[in-house]
Design a binder for this molecule. Sequence first.
Ligand SMILES: Cc1cc2nc3c(=O)[nH]c(=O)nc-3n(C[C@H](O)[C@H](O)[C@H](O)COP(=O)(O)O)c2cc1C
Length: 219
Amino acid sequence: MSTQNTLTCESQLVDKLRWRYATKKFDSNKKIKSEVWNQIEEALLLTPSSFGLQPWTFVVVTNPELKSKLPQFSWNQQQPQECSHLVVFARPDKIDEAYVANYIERIAEVRGVSADSLSTYKKMMTDFVKGATEEKLAEWMSRQCYIALGNLMTVAAAVGLDACPMEGFSSPDYDRILGLTEKGLRSVVVCPLGYRAEDDKYAQAAKVRFPKEKVILHI
Ligand SMILES: Cc1cc2nc3c(=O)[nH]c(=O)nc-3n(C[C@H](O)[C@H](O)[C@H](O)COP(=O)(O)O)c2cc1C
């Protein structure tokens, strides 16, 4: 019984992954309902990260005026304006000992343990953030944001939302327009979500992937 359910569920998910595509044109009249959007926010929250440090803020942009300013800083791509909700994955501009201490306090609070009992874990993370260059840490934080992006895209497809992961944008301009710089944030990657326009021809295009035997190596 449970095996049967698992298989059904898996094939439904893979079907959804075949259904999704990087949406080039959204129907700007269709908005995501809050009960659907709430699932997306929960999925973002549940994204795993290295050490569990969650070096991210998910900035949700729905304000039409703000969205209208974005295509000119997105290689003229219209999705950030035409979508229902735009998620900007932002990292902190720096991660330091204080950030780690705050995370330790959060673990202690959620799990009902003393911060002292977490001292070994704290030292490991503190050594990590103190031992790496700013550049290395920025790259590491960005990688965590991409895990959240992947998680978001899968869950979006599962609940029937269209999405387009996007690196084609100017991070400094987004930071300025959305007021992220003064919040100590740096945009990393963005993802407009909503519903595909009926005339988006990319929806019909065959998926281009390398053959399975070239991509998956069994050893
Ligand atoms: C990190 C990342 C950045 C991307 N940036 C853009 C982008 O700026 N504009 C765009 O139209 N598509 C963008 N894409 C979409 C890819 O071109 C697309 O996912 C890929 O060709 C596979 O097609 P599919 O998603 O439709 O299956 C991006 C995809 C990823 C994963």
